[in-house]
Each structure stands twice: as C-alpha cells, then as structure tokens.
Design a protein around this ligand. Structure first.
Ligand code: KG4
Ligand code: ZN
Length: 369
C-alpha cells in the first residue's frame, strides 16, 4: 500500500512538539515520495514527578514542560542531524490536553516560528494518534482507528488528514483507566494493564461471569464502569475471611476482566467494520497503551482476518504519546495548505469530529489521550 496525498510530492522536514499531558516530546520527521521517516523522536516522561499524587498534577506538568522543551528540541534536532533552518514547518500540539502544558508547547513553537520565519502548524493531538498508521504503514484513506488508552476510547474513520468521523466512544471510563482501577481492586501494581495481563496468565477466564455492558444496545458506544463494579462484587464474594485474595481467585478475576474488555472491544469493532462506509476501508488500526494487550490484540486480529481487513498495530512507542506523530500530522496538514500564525490558540478540548454527537464521557482520569 502507498500513502497518497500532496505531502508525498516533495520532501518535507518537520519538527514536531508535544506537551499535552505528562510527556515532553520533540521529533523530526521527513516525508517524501518514498514515504515518511522518523529522523529522531525524543520523549521525556514525567511519571516520577507525579507518582506521589496518584495522577498528573497540571501545574507540575506545565512547569516541567516549560523547563524541558528546549532540551528535547535540541536533542531531536541533533539526533536528526538537522538545524532548525532545515525544517520546512514547526508542528505543535495545540490541544486537546492539560491547558498549561499545551500553552507551553504552543508558546515555544510560536517563538521558534517568529524567530526563524518557519511556518507554524497547530495539530490536534488525537489527529496525531489517528494518523500514525500513515506514518508507520503508509496506509491509504479511509481506514478505521480504535484509540484505546488510559484516558481515551473511540472509534474513528479517518477519511483524510483533517477529516475524521467518530463512530462511537466510551460513555464513562476509558479501558486503560478500568484496567488500572481493577488492578488496584485485585491488589496488583500500576500500571494496571500489564499487571492484569500478567496475573491473567494461567487464570480461568470463564469461571467468574462478568457483564459485557452496552452490547445489548446498537451502535459503537462503549461502557466500562459497570464492569468494574461487577468485578468488585465478584472479588468480595471470594475474599478470604481475613480480607485477602487467594492467588487462583486473583488470577481468575484478572482473566475474566481481561476477556470481558476484549469481548466488548471486539464486538464494537465488528460493528464499526460492518456498518456502511462511503468507500471501502483499507485497514483497521489500533493506538493507545491498551492496544499492547495480547489477548485484545489477538481477538481484534482474528476479527480483521474474518473481514479480510489488514490489522495494523504501530510499535508501542508510537502508540503512546510522542512528537513524531505530531510532526507527521503537521506534514500532512502542510500538504493541505494549513498554516497557522501568532494567533494560534491552545485548546483544552478539541473534538476531532465536530459533526457527530459530543461524547458523554471520555475517561475520567484526565485529559490524557
Ligand atoms: O496510551 P497510554 O500510554 O497513555 C495514557 O492514556 O495514559 O495508555 C496507558 C494505559 C494505562 O491505563 C495502562 O494500564 C494501559 O494503557 N495498558 C494496558 C497494557 N499496557 C498498558 N492495558 C491492558 N493491557 C496492557 N498490556
Ligand atoms: Zn495521546
């Protein structure tokens, strides 16, 4: 498959900047007739800064971004062996996200653009995730994308670099958030996803029955909060008199939970695939930390094989927050003629598809997408 679009007609070098949650990132991506190449991708996480607070603290995040952006950009340019003046555009996440962090990135990008005259391009963070299969696999439009992370869950049909159709999304928790909370309920560590996946190995996923919320209703919306409550009840029913959980019960509960999430995501993905689309889909792609789960991945792969649809899962480093996806999205938008100026704003909320009904919930953990 080859990617199509104006951006591939000539070579473009784009600096990308990302600071919408708790990762400060900069990257240089080059696009050209032969496809896209990541020349560098620097990500500085902030996990340790927020660890004692039980979540991302917006003020701490914003300050850390402001302190680290210069360093990340210097590193990205140095690793790519280019100077700022070799770049054709500066792409920056302009939302959605924690506003202090987004402002840090946007102000930094504006400063660089004003000082050099290099065009500035504001990128929607979710578009960065959604366009990643174009960066990694040069997939043609339109394709389906399932974004499943700690703060997000939605189905998108990607019709173009700035054309997204949302088919459905979570009405309460995001799946990663549900994995994290469930891990706490089962006395497992954080992040919960890998902990549950590990504990589920060797567990009997069928012994404890858990619900599949919203499968009885048509459409692609999802719900995970009821599943978490059902798991809490199931756990309480098997607690030992001294309030602990036997290893076998912990394992079976983890396996039952993982299978329930997998079943929900697979059935909703099936509906997203089989519904009418204006033109044939070229692939089904996943992004976000939850897409790392082998049970979920295998189930979605089987589903796609059943529907003769290529299944794409970008490498994990490109599934989670990074600036290469922002640089790439910036290159595509540059190709469509988008240019921003000093009036570019930072947006805490910025839905990709403004025509579909707004989401009722997009995960309560925060703005991380
Ligand atoms: O995309 P991501 O790195 O960033 C956030 O949205 O925060 O996703 C992190 C989420 C966490 O909730 C984590 O528990 C979940 O992805 N996760 C997994 C797995 N690895 C990470 N969930 C299920 N199975 C996994 N193997
Ligand atoms: Zn993200």
């Amino acid at each position: 498959m080859t990617a199509t679009g104006t951006i591939l007609q000539r070579s473009l070098t784009v600096l990308g900047i990302e600071s919408s949650c708790d990762d400060t990132a900069a990257a240089v991506v080059r696009t050209g007739p032969d496809g896209a190449q990541i020349l560098s991708s620097v990500v500085q996480g902030q996990t340790t800064l927020h660890a004692t607070f039980g979540g991302v603290v917006p003020e701490i995040a914003a300050r850390a971004h402001a302190e680290r952006l210069d360093y990340c950009i210097e590193q990205a340019l140095e690793t790519a062996a280019v100077t700022l003046r070799d770049c054709d555009a500066i792409a920056v996440t302009a939302g959605p996200g924690l506003i202090g962090g987004v402002v840090s990135g946007v102000m930094c990008a504006k400063g660089l653009s004003a000082a050099t005259g290099i065009p500035l391009i504001g990128v929607n963070h979710l578009a960065g995730h959604a366009l990643t299969p174009r960066l990694t696999d040069a997939v043609d439009y339109p394709y389906l994308m399932l974004l499943v992370s700690g703060g997000h869950c939605q189905f998108l049909r990607v019709d173009g670099p700035d054309q997204f159709h949302r088919l459905g999304g979570t009405i309460d928790d995001a799946p990663g958030e549900a994995f994290d909370k469930t891990a706490r309920l089962l006395g497992l560590g954080q992040p919960g996803g890998p902990a549950i996946e590990g504990a589920a190995q060797g567990g009997d996923a069928k012994r404890i029955a858990l619900p599949r919320p919203l499968l009885d209703r048509p459409g692609c919306d999802l719900s995970f909060s009821g599943l978490k409550t059902a798991l809490l009840r199931a756990r309480d029913a098997v607690l030992t008199p001294d309030g602990t959980l036997a290893h076998k019960d912990q394992s079976d509960l983890a396996a039952a939970f993982q299978l329930a999430v997998s079943d929900i995501l697979t059935e909703k993905s099936r509906r997203a695939i089989v519904q009418d689309h204006p033109s044939p889909l070229s692939a089904f792609a996943v992004a976000g930390g939850v897409a790392a789960n082998k049970t979920i991945r295998a189930s979605l792969e089987t589903l796609c094989a059943d529907h003769n649809l290529p299944f794409l899962a970008p490498p994990l480093a490109l599934c989670t927050d990074n600036a290469a996806m922002i640089a790439y999205a910036g290159a595509e938008l540059f190709g469509t003629g988008q240019r921003d100026d000093m009036t570019l704003s930072a947006w805490p909320r910025w839905p990709l598809d403004t025509k579909s009904a707004p989401m009722i919930g997009s995960g309560k953990k925060g703005a991380k997408a």
